[in-house]
Design a binder for this molecule. Structure first.
Ligand SMILES: [Zn+2]
Length: 387
C-alpha cells in the first residue's frame, strides 16, 4: 500500500490541469510501465503537447494484441484550482486523518497510482490474458483524448475484451451513466440606442429568452423518466452567459453556454434540435422584424455518449465476480465509459473515492479507498491469470 500511496502522491505533484500539457506525467508513467516490460504506444493531440498512453503487460495474441485483455482506464488531466480555497497546496499532496488531499486525489490519480503500483506484480504473474493501461488527456473538457486513443487502437487492430474506468464510485460498480454535450449559442442582434429598443435587436434580451426556453425544454424532458438515475430524467442547463457592451446600447452579441445530460438510451440529438427549432420559431421572429441580421447560431463544443446498462456485459460480470456485488448503479455524471462501449469495448466504472469530492477545493481520497482499490485490482490480476 505504501508504494501505491507514494505513486498517487507523485502523480498529484504533476500539474496536469487540462489547459496545459500532460507529457511530464505520461513520460513518468511510461518509464515506470516499461520497467515492468509493458509494450507502450502513444497517441497525441493536434498540438503534440498532450498524449494518451496505452500500455500492455502480458501475452500478445496470435495477431499481436488482438486477443482481448482487461483495460484499466484513467484520465490524466485534472480540473483547475483557480479561485478555489484550499487548506493546503493542491499540487503538494498531504495525508491528514486518513485522507490524501490534493487535486486529482480521487479524480482520478488515486486509481491510476494504485494501478501503476501493481505493474511489477502483473509482470511477475503468469497472465493468461493481457492487462492494458489506457491513460488519456483532456477528459475534463469533454472526453476528447479518449476518442483519439480508441481510434488509434482500432487502426492498430487492438481489441480489448473489456474496460474498467476508475472514476470515483467508492468502489461500487456503475453500469450506466448519462450522455452529455457542451453547446454554445451565439445570439446576434443589432446595436442601437437603448432608448428605442424596437429599432435594434437586443442580443442580451434574446439570450434571456433563450435561457427561459432551455428551462421550458428541461421541464418537458421530465415526463420521460428512468428511476435508476438521480435526477431520473434528462436535463438541460445554461451555465455561462456573456454579452453586451454598455447599459445604454442594445447589445449586438451575447453568448449562452449550455449543456444537456441525457438518459443514455434516448435520442440526445433530438434535444438540441428541439431547442434550435423552438428558438427559431418562438423567439427569433420578434427580433428579425426589428433587424434582419438577428440570429441564433448553435455549436456543439464537446459531447460524450451515455453508458447503456447491459446486464450481459462481460465488464459487469467481471466486476461483480470480483466484488461479490449483484447490483450495478446508474449515475448522472459522464465518463469515458460511453466511448469505450460505443467502440465495442464493454465498460464499467469502479474506482476509489467519492465523486462528491471531485472538482472541489480540498479534494481528497480516503486511504481505505485506495486499499480497497488495490484489493480489487489484485483480484483482477488473479482473474487475468486464470486460464
Ligand atoms: Zn474524472
Amino acid at each position: 500500500m505504501s508504494e501505491a500511496l507514494d505513486l498517487v502522491k507523485a502523480l498529484i505533484a504533476f500539474d496536469t490541469t487540462s489547459r496545459g500539457s500532460n507529457l511530464s506525467l505520461i513520460d513518468f508513467a511510461e518509464e515506470l510501465l516499461e520497467k515492468s516490460g509493458a509494450r507502450c504506444r502513444r497517441s497525441y493531440d493536434a498540438s503534440g503537447a498532450k498524449a494518451n498512453l496505452f500500455a500492455t503487460i502480458g501475452p500478445a495474441g496470435e495477431k499481436g494484441e488482438m486477443d482481448g485483455g482487461f483495460v484499466l482506464s484513467g484520465h490524466t488531466d485534472v480540473v483547475p484550482v483557480d479561485g478555489q480555497d484550499w487548506a493546503s497546496d493542491p499540487f503538494r499532496p498531504e495525508v491528514r486523518e486518513g485522507r490524501l488531499y490534493g487535486r486529482g486525489a480521487c479524480d482520478m490519480k488515486g486509481f491510476i497510482g494504485v494501478a501503476l503500483a501493481l505493474a511489477p506484480e502483473m509482470a511477475r504473474t503468469k497472465l493468461a490474458r493481457p492487462i492494458h493501461f489506457a491513460l488519456s488527456y483532456d477528459e475534463e473538457v469533454g472526453c476528447v483524448g479518449v476518442q483519439t486513443l480508441l481510434n488509434d487502437l482500432k487502426k492498430a487492430g487492438i481489441k480489448p475484451a473489456l474496460a474498467i474506468i476508475g472514476e470515483p464510485t467508492l468502489m461500487k460498480i456503475v453500469g450506466a451513466h448519462k450522455g452529455g454535450a457542451v453547446l454554445v449559442t451565439r445570439c446576434r442582434g443589432h446595436e442601437h440606442h437603448s432608448s428605442a429598443p424596437e429599432k435594434g435587436a437586443n442580443a442580451v434580451m434574446m439570450a434571456g429568452e433563450f435561457v427561459a426556453l432551455l428551462d421550458d425544454v428541461w421541464e418537458g424532458l421530465k415526463a420521460d423518466d428512468d428511476p435508476r438515475f438521480d435526477p431520473p430524467h434528462s436535463t438541460v442547463q445554461a451555465n455561462k452567459i456573456a454579452g453586451g457592451s454598455a447599459v445604454n446600447i442594445l447589445a449586438r452579441e451575447a453568448e449562452v453556454t449550455w449543456e444537456y445530460r441525457a438518459l443514455p438510451d434516448r435520442d440526445a440529438a433530438a434535444i438540441v434540435e428541439t431547442v434550435k427549432h423552438r428558438a427559431a420559431v418562438e423567439i427569433l421572429p420578434k427580433y428579425r422584424a426589428r433587424a434582419a441580421e438577428a440570429a441564433f447560431e448553435t455549436d456543439c463544443r464537446a459531447s460524450y455518449p451515455g453508458l447503456v446498462m447491459d446486464p450481459e456485459s462481460p465488464a459487469l460480470r467481471l466486476a461483480r465476480a470480483i466484488t461479490g456485488a449483484n447490483q450495478a448503479e446508474a449515475v448522472s455524471y459522464g465518463t469515458e465509459a460511453g466511448h469505450f462501449q460505443q467502440a465495442g469495448i464493454p465498460a464499467v466504472i469502479c474506482g476509489p473515492g467519492s465523486i462528491d469530492q471531485a472538482h472541489r477545493p480540498d479534494e481528497f481520497v480516503a486511504l481505505r479507498e485506495l486499499a480497497a482499490c488495490e484489493a480489487f485490482l489484485r483480484k483482477l490480476i488473479a482473474k487475468a491469470s486464470a486460464v
